[in-house]
Design a protein around this ligand. Structure first.
Ligand code: A3P
Length: 375
């Protein structure tokens, strides 16, 4: 600023005819500076403090926990109040996410992990992008729809550069509208203005299938590298000791907000049962219309078979990045309801039923544990 004024002074002395134009430029610039300063102060005075404190969990880097989750060698944090468990990197930077600015024309996909997030992101992205299935096929979903806290899963040095580039918070901030943002964080850790600003689609899935799907996910990704049995994993899930847990407060809080005009609450099971109806509801929620020709293309694109084939096509790239264990299955695994029946012993199933019953006591939230008919 001072440098600019000095230049102006010199040019006025040399050529007085520039004076009035230059002066008005400076007045505008100073005014602009004052206004952005005021806006900044306004933003700062409106900034709310993160209502949760995160503490490192020492047992998360000692035996037996670390033997069973060797990929999580940076340890975990727990937030209070609420008991939310996540990576140590998130614990350091949770406030950055809380202060992130949602936009009016954003569409957010919020879920507990393994509830059909990817499927819903694809759907929401298509709806806000004129059902452009060709573009969707060309650009990987991770680039089209960033993962809000994805850059916080592990420390930055360990995160592949290309993932950092599309998920770093600064790059999300610079993305053109409309943005389709994914997050697994519970609402109380997301920016407090979110629901009054942006459209949100929340998806819930029955907790039994979530446990099974998450078990395979934790085996697949190297930054978890889960080595235990399914029963171990179910116990850790019920005890609220895995990333993004506890499950019930996450889902119940979203359920309590389902009547908010900016929230559309969906179930994975209803997407399986009648995807066309869900596409229509999502389009209406996002103030868009879908023609019959578009609907046919969208349904085809969203089929399990098609989405799984895109994963297969990008396999080499993922291998190169070194984030997944080879021979530990695929991300698009089965895409069914009721797969838990193939995994739970009667004793484990009984304990899980009790866990569900205890946590849903007094709530009108009900899950469909398996559809009678599914493709
Ligand atoms: P399974 O592991 O039970 O197969 P998220 O995206 O939240 O991680 O959820 C992943 C789960 O959604 C996986 O469940 C995956 O197979 C399932 N899924 C993804 N696309 C799907 C589709 N088109 N139809 C049915 N299920 C789908």
């Amino acid at each position: 600023m001072l440098f600019g004024l000095r230049l102006l002074f010199i040019s006025c002395c040399q050529n007085p005819s520039f004076y009035s134009v230059q002066l008005s430029c400076v007045v505008i610039k100073v005014k602009h500076l004052e206004m952005s300063q005021e806006r900044k102060e306004d933003d700062e005075s409106q900034a709310q403090e993160l209502p949760v404190k995160f503490n490192f969990i020492p047992e998360s880097i000692t035996s037996p926990f670390i033997d069973i989750f060797p990929g999580q060698n940076e340890g975990m944090v727990r937030g209070e109040p609420g008991g939310f468990v996540f990576s140590r990197e998130y614990g350091r930077r949770a406030n950055e996410i809380y202060q992130f600015k949602p936009r009016k024309d954003d569409a957010w996909v919020c879920t507990f992990s393994k509830s059909g997030t990817t499927w819903t992101q694809e759907l929401v992205w298509l709806i806000v992008n004129g059902c452009d299935t060709e573009k969707a096929k060309q650009i990987p979903l991770q680039m089209r729809s960033p993962y809000l806290e994805g850059d916080y899963l592990i420390s930055p040095e360990k995160m592949p550069q290309e993932i950092r580039e599309c998920w770093a918070l600064e790059s999300l901030d610079k993305r053109p509208s409309p943005r389709v943002i994914k997050s697994h964080l519970p609402f109380n850790l997301l920016p407090p203005q979110l629901l009054d600003t942006s459209k949100v689609v929340y998806v819930a899935r029955n907790p039994k299938d979530v446990i099974v799907s998450n078990y395979h996910h934790f085996k697949l990704f190297k930054f978890h590298d889960f080595k235990g049995t399914l029963e171990d994993f179910a116990n850790y899930s019920m005890d609220g000791q895995i990333y993004y847990s506890p499950y019930f407060p996450h889902v119940l809080d979203a359920w309590s907000k389902r009547h908010h005009p900016n929230v559309l609450f969906l179930f994975y099971e209803e997407m399986k049962q009648d995807l066309r109806a869900v596409v229509e509801r999502v389009a209406a929620h996002l103030n868009q219309t879908v023609t019959e020709e578009q609907m046919v293309r969208v349904l085809e694109y969203l089929s399990f078979k098609n989405l799984a084939s895109t994963e297969a096509a990008g396999k080499e790239k993922v291998k190169e990045m070194g984030i997944m264990n080879e021979d530990a299955g695929t991300f698009f695994r089965k895409g069914k309801t009721g797969d838990w029946k193939n995994h739970f012993s009667p004793e484990l199933n009984e304990r899980i039923d009790k866990w569900i019953q205890d946590n849903l006591a007094g709530s009108d939230l009900k899950f469909v544990m398996e559809l009678d008919k599914q493709d």
